[in-house]
Design a protein around this ligand. Structure first.
Ligand SMILES: *[C@@H]1O[C@H](CO)[C@@H](O)[C@H](O)[C@H]1NC(C)=O
Ligand SMILES: *[C@@H]1O[C@H](CO)[C@@H](O)[C@H](O)[C@H]1NC(C)=O
Ligand SMILES: *[C@@H]1O[C@H](CO)[C@@H](O)[C@H](O)[C@H]1NC(C)=O
Ligand SMILES: *[C@@H]1O[C@H](CO)[C@@H](O)[C@H](O)[C@H]1NC(C)=O
Ligand SMILES: *[C@@H]1O[C@H](CO)[C@@H](O)[C@H](O)[C@H]1NC(C)=O
Ligand SMILES: *[C@@H]1O[C@H](CO)[C@@H](O)[C@H](O)[C@H]1NC(C)=O
Ligand SMILES: *[C@@H]1O[C@H](CO)[C@@H](O)[C@H](O)[C@H]1NC(C)=O
Length: 914
């Protein structure tokens, strides 16, 4: 990621360098009318940083930012830009307020720079069009708003125009707009035009309008919401155009034909992120002046780049990252510029479908500093020609299928290397002798998922400049050396997970600079020490850590704490209460005891960020944790396999936990009724209350339907996805097993068409299995065992082709076992304990005259009544239904539906009431 950013910054054109202010000393004093105008301009500016302090006295030509002509004495230049250091900061060292109309008095003004100031979302003044001498106008990052006045077209001598607005916002590139660009046609002298991030969505004929600018050299229309390009120009005026950046516009057309392929004067072409498709045209070879080209992130389904690339002898930067380029790497390398003197410095081919083994090319690419081949299908060994690229700074070969062994002899020539990415080449081996001292000073090391061990890579000991160390899953099976903690004390990212590293964590851990540490799945022992102060993410799961947690974690910015599957004992320290940024807290699979801290010091707190809490499989006790009242973002709550008790609080519903999508309380000692409030949690998808002591006549469940869910709620974990999170979006699970529920299975079960797993086992449910169960077309697992269900197995179950496991054992079912479809695959264990069942796979034969049609109590006394069951479509487009059937133990008389209705979308289902 860092590299892509870096690459992007390499591709962005150099920011226009403004000539340094010439000496303001002048042998003529200024013209008094102009001095008055300047003072009036000063008057209307807000100047909190006293930038215009020098604007006093007679000689206005010596004031800061003012320059006069040494012949006529007129003010010809105003350089009043805000501090460029915090140009993008709304509250920087800037001028503000208004631009005074008095500016128009400076009729000889040739140069006006007001960039990086804060005009607080005012409009660009129309009167700027009345400065006829203006050659240079820079209003960039000025916090302007609204339409660009077409009167700027009156500036017929303009050479340089930069209006790019402040770029960052939740609605980017919406501040400034222009309906068309026809006003530009009056400025034939324009050489430099930067309208980056100006909304030009309705500028349909922009190419033709730009074509009126015959001396244009630099055109920057990045992220302008342009939607159409021109396939060709009848007559191209753009013979001087050198730099063209139209990246990040959505054209969605073929990349060729396109007008710019005929602009043979180009040296810089950026058409990244433009949604172009189709193959790169051969015409590219005609633009022999090209030095930099970026086609990144287009869908250029070309099997191979055109061979005309060979002509581009001036090319320094070639960015084909993520362009759908395919084919054999050898063929591709043959088509790269092949010139007597090869200037290519940066070659980006990552994230494509390039295959084959890397060729052992000679000389030509010796100037490469950046080589990005990651995320392709390269095989074989890394050839010596790569190790001979002595100028390389960045080498990224990650995520391929490379093999062979890399030794210190290979790396020994790369004196300038700062980025070494070889990770995710499972069969690649790195074998470097422990006393080797490398010639480079690495900053980013990505050597995960390859063969780096079994010893700990001692050669890293000299690499104190490493910022990012990723050696997870690298077959290291050793004790962590003591030097590790000091050599990498300044690193921000340390990834050691999925190895077999043993040892203890030092008490000096707190003095490290790390922000992210992945130590999971190793053999670390000992206690958990205090964390580094800047740490935001700590993953230590699946080790053998023991003892108690530190009473103070020492990392106030902690966002993720994942400690599952260790042997940590003691209580959960109340210092966790002060971690307001904590987002994921996973302490599952430990031996924690006591109650969850109540964090009472802030019961009306600024809300906590917690989205995931997993306390699964500990020995925690006490009531349902009160602290959850201050966790409005909570999505995932797993308290299962603990010793929590008491009844579920009434506050559990929508008011406090509106986004809860998974609630697991399995195997605790919760008791009492399940509160109705639970049914009001609009996002609930997964509810597991099994193995508690709940009782009552109310079967409740939250049912979730993913069928129309395009974007199911998932637990966002900024880095690694937690194991359980994968399932939330998919599992459509209803598990109410091992409770004391009574009554019948509601007919409406059939409305829950996305259900994949249904478990009602070990309850006291009676009545028949409803025929509507056959509507659960997604059902993969059905467990109704150990109840008091009677009647026949509904024949509609035969329609459930996906039903892999079915358990109806230990009920009171009778009649013939269906034989069609998947019923052939269940064995007798699915049916045992039902005295009345007959037919295969049971040994008991069926006799015609005991058919269930004669059994009493079937269907006769049902009355049909239509009830409307409301469905709510939440913001994730998830359809869900919550229903609570009040079932009376012996006679069941009425059905009662609870529903939440957000969008008033109702569908009616038939409900049978006896
Ligand atoms: C006046 O300006 C011209 C060109 O801008 C320059 O060549 C000349 O040296 C200047 N004269 C003085 C006295 O500054
Ligand atoms: C400036 O431009 C506007 C519209 O583009 C035009 O109506 C007006 O006459 C022009 N003013 C001058 C002084 O040229
Ligand atoms: C080329 O530029 C000139 C000067 O602006 C203009 O008059 C002419 O119409 C342009 N040609 C085309 C084809 O746009
Ligand atoms: C490019 O120019 C050639 C002539 O040099 C012309 O035949 C062709 O149509 C032009 N293509 C485009 C896309 O403008
Ligand atoms: C390339 O894109 C074109 C246009 O979308 C399409 O017709 C063609 O089938 C694609 N070729 C390949 C190999 O995907
Ligand atoms: C590297 O680039 C320089 C100048 O850009 C050039 O003179 C030299 O020939 C290039 N080296 C090779 C091996 O092409
Ligand atoms: C390396 O990969 C190549 C190509 O996939 C294969 O032919 C070769 O046998 C592999 N070598 C080793 C040592 O695995």
């Amino acid at each position: 990621m860092a590299l892509l950013c870096l690459l992007l910054s390499l591709f962005s054109p150099a920011t226009a360098t403004v000539p340094p202010t010439a000496s303001t000393s002048s042998n003529r004093s200024c013209i008094s009318d102009e001095r008055a105008a300047l003072l009036s301009i000063k008057e209307s500016f807000l100047d909190p940083y006293n930038r215009l302090e020098s604007w006093q006295g007679e000689d206005c030509c010596s004031w800061w930012g003012v320059r006069c002509s040494n012949k006529t004495g007129h003010v010809i230049k105003l350089r009043l830009q805000g501090s460029t250091d915090d140009c993008l900061n709304f509250y920087g060292d800037k001028l503000g307020g208004e631009i005074s109309y008095s500016l128009v008095s400076l009729q000889k003004l040739r140069y006006l720079d007001l960039s990086c100031n804060n005009f607080n979302w005012s409009r660009i003044p129309v009167f700027l069009g009345s400065l006829p001498s203006l050659r240079y106008l820079n209003l960039s990052y000025g916090f302007f708003y609204g339409s660009i006045p077409p009167q700027l077209g009156n500036l017929t001598n303009l050479v340089y125009l930069d209006l790019k607005p402040w770029p960052y916002n939740s609605k980017p590139c919406q501040y400034l707009y222009s309906v068309g660009l026809s006003w530009l046609s009056h400025i034939p002298s324009l050489k430099y035009l930067d309208l980056t991030c100006v909304n030009l969505r309705s500028a349909v004929h922009w190419v033709n309008e730009i074509n009126m600018l015959p001396v244009l050299k630099v055109l920057n229309l990045k992220e302008c919401r342009l939607v159409n390009s021109a396939r060709s120009l009848h007559h191209s005026n753009l013979t001087a155009l050198e730099k063209l950046d139209i990246s990040e516009n959505i054209f969605s057309t073929r990349i060729a034909p396109n007008w710019f392929w005929n602009v043979t004067s180009l040296t810089f072409l950026n058409i990244a992120y433009c949604s172009f498709y189709g193959p790169i045209p051969d015409e590219i070879g005609r633009i022999t002046s090209l030095e930099q080209i970026s086609l990144e992130q287009n869908n250029l389904n070309s099997t191979m780049i055109p061979s005309s690339f060979k002509n581009l002898c001036n090319l320094k930067v070639l960015d084909l990252v993520s362009t759908n380029t395919a084919g054999d790497i050898r063929e591709l390398m043959k088509r790269l510029p092949n010139c007597p003197s090869n200037k290519l410095q940066e070659l980006g081919l990552s994230a494509n479908s390039i295959s084959g083994t890397l060729p052992n090319w000679s000389e030509p690419l010796a100037n490469l500093t950046i080589l990005l081949f990651s995320n392709n299908y390269l095989t074989g060994t890394i050839p010596s020609s790569i190790w001979a690229l002595t100028k390389l700074n960045y080498l990224d070969l990650r995520n391929n299928m490379l093999n062979g062994t890399v030794t210190e002899h290979h790396l020994g020539n790369l004196n300038n290397l700062v980025y070494l990415g070889l990770g995710n080449n499972t069969h690649l081996q790195i074998k470097i002798s422990s006393n080797w001292i490398p010639p480079f000073k690495l900053q980013i090391v990505l050597l995960n998922s390859l063969q780096l061990g079994p010893e700990f890579p001692a050669w890293l000991r000299s690499q104190r400049s490493i910022q990012h160390l990723q050696i997870s899953n690298a077959s290291i099976s050793a004790t962590i050396p003591d030097w590790f903690w000091t050599v990498f004390s300044r690193a921000e990212f340390l990834g050691l997970a999925f190895n077999q590293i043993s040892g203890t964590l030092p008490t000096t851990l707190e003095f490290m600079a790390a922000r992210t540490m992945f130590l999971s799945y190793n053999r670390f022992t000992g206690t958990v020490p205090k964390f580094p102060r800047n740490l935001t993410s700590m993953h230590m799961s699946d080790n053998s850590l023991s003892g108690t947690l530190p009473s103070d974690f020492g990392a106030p910015m902690l966002e993720m704490l994942v400690l599952h599957n260790n042997s940590i004992s003691g209580t959960i320290p109340s210092s966790l209460c002060s971690l307001k940024q904590l987002y994921i807290l996973d302490l599952s699979g430990n031996m924690l005891t006591g109650e969850v801290p109540t964090c009472q010091e802030d019961l009306n707190p600024p809300a906590r960020a917690l989205a995931v809490i997993n306390f699964n499989s500990n020995k925690l006790s006490g009531e349902f944790p009160l602290v959850l009242q201050s966790c409005p973002q909570l999505v995932f709550l797993d308290l299962s396999y603990n010793q929590f008790s008491g009844s579920l609080p009434l506050w559990i519903g929508e008011k406090y936990l509106p986004y809860l999508s998974l609630l697991r309380l399995r195997s605790n000692m919760f008791s009492g009724h399940i509160p109705m409030e639970l049914t009001k949690i609009g996002q609930l998808q997964f509810l597991d209350l099994a193995q508690n002591k709940f009782f009552g006549t109310c079967v409740q469940g939250a049912f979730y339907d993913t069928i129309i869910s395009y974007q199911p709620v998932s637990v966002q974990t900024k880095g690694q996805q937690l194991e359980f999170s994968v399932q939330i979006s998919r599992v459509v699970n209803l598990d109410l097993s091992s409770n004391n529920f009574t009554g019948a299975i509601p007919q409406d079960i059939g409305a829950l068409v996305a259900l994949k797993s249904l478990n009602f086992s070990w309850n006291f449910l009676n009545g028949e299995i409803p025929e509507t169960i056959g509507q659960l077309k997604q059902l993969e697992s059905l467990d109704l065992s150990h109840n008091e269900l009677s009647g026949e197995i509904p024949s509609s179950l035969q329609a459930l082709n996906t039903l892999g496991t079915m358990n109806l054992s230990y009920n009171d079912l009778s009649g013939r076992i269906p034989t069609g479809n998947q019923f052939g695959s269940y064995d007798s264990s699915s049916y045992i304990g039902n005295i009345g069942l007959c037919g295969r796979p049971l040994t008991r034969d069926c006799f015609r005259n005991t058919s269930s049609e004669d059994l009493p109590g079937n269907h006769g006394d049902l009355e049909y009544k239509s009830l409307c069951l409301s469905m709510a479509i939440g913001f994730v487009f998830s359809l869900w239904v919550v229903l609570c059937l009040l079932l009376f133990k012996t006679n069941w008389r009425k059905s009662y539906f609870m529903f939440v209705d957000r969008l008033q979308k109702k569908i009616c289902v038939n409900v049978k009431i006896r």
